[in-house]
Structure formats: C-alpha cells, structure tokens
Design a protein around this ligand. Structure first.
Ligand code: ZN
Length: 110
C-alpha cells in the first residue's frame, strides 16, 4: 500500500483535535499539583498537532510559551500585559516574551 502525503482524513484530524483538547484540559488541571506533567501534555499536544497537521485551538495556543513550550498559568508562571492592542505574555520560566496580536492581521490571509 502506498503512503499518501495528503492531509490526514478528517476523522483522524477530528480525533487529534479531541486529543489536543483533552491534553490541554489535563494540563490546566494538573499544573497546580504537577507542573511537569502539564509541560509534558503541552509537548504531546504540539506533537499531535504536527503529526495530524491540525492547528492548536487559539484558546490553548495562549496557554503555553512559544519559546520554551512550557504551560503558562497567568499569575503563576506568566505575566500578561497589553500593549497597543497586543497581548504580551511574559514567561517566567525562560524569561521570554510571547506576543499575541489580536488586532494586527499581517500573517493571516483569509
Ligand atoms: Zn518560556
């Protein structure tokens, strides 16, 4: 059987998305008691997203650091500032900034 390089079947991608959602939910609930598990879940969710070529839902995208991929909990290991319509996440783990612009649409062409 030949391997296809197209997008994975929708059913598979839906399942992947479900898994990602579950992983992030677990990360959120386990962070307080076990931050390492939360980080692991984020990494697993990212891997799943890449494998099945699905996008991580926006609401979860904001829950991890784009530099070190650790799970972020505002007020705990991350600080949030807004700056001219941009949300800036300051990760206390790697001291890196993650900028999330919700006003600028430079990169998204839709
Ligand atoms: Zn970080």
């Amino acid at each position: 059987m030949k391997r296809k390089h197209y997008l994975k079947p929708k059913k598979q991608r839906d399942l992947a998305l479900e898994k990602i959602t579950l992983l992030f939910k677990e990360a959120i609930s386990s962070f307080k008691t076990d931050p390492k598990t939360a980080d692991k879940n984020v990494k697993l969710a990212r891997k799943t997203a890449m494998k099945f070529k699905v996008k991580i839902p926006l609401k979860f995208k904001r829950r991890f650091c784009k530099n070190c991929y650790s799970f972020l909990l505002p007020g705990k290991n991350c600080r949030i500032r807004t700056n001219k319509g941009n949300i800036v996440y300051y990760c206390l783990n790697c001291k890196g900034f993650t900028r999330i612009g919700y006003k600028s649409k430079i990169s998204s062409k839709k």
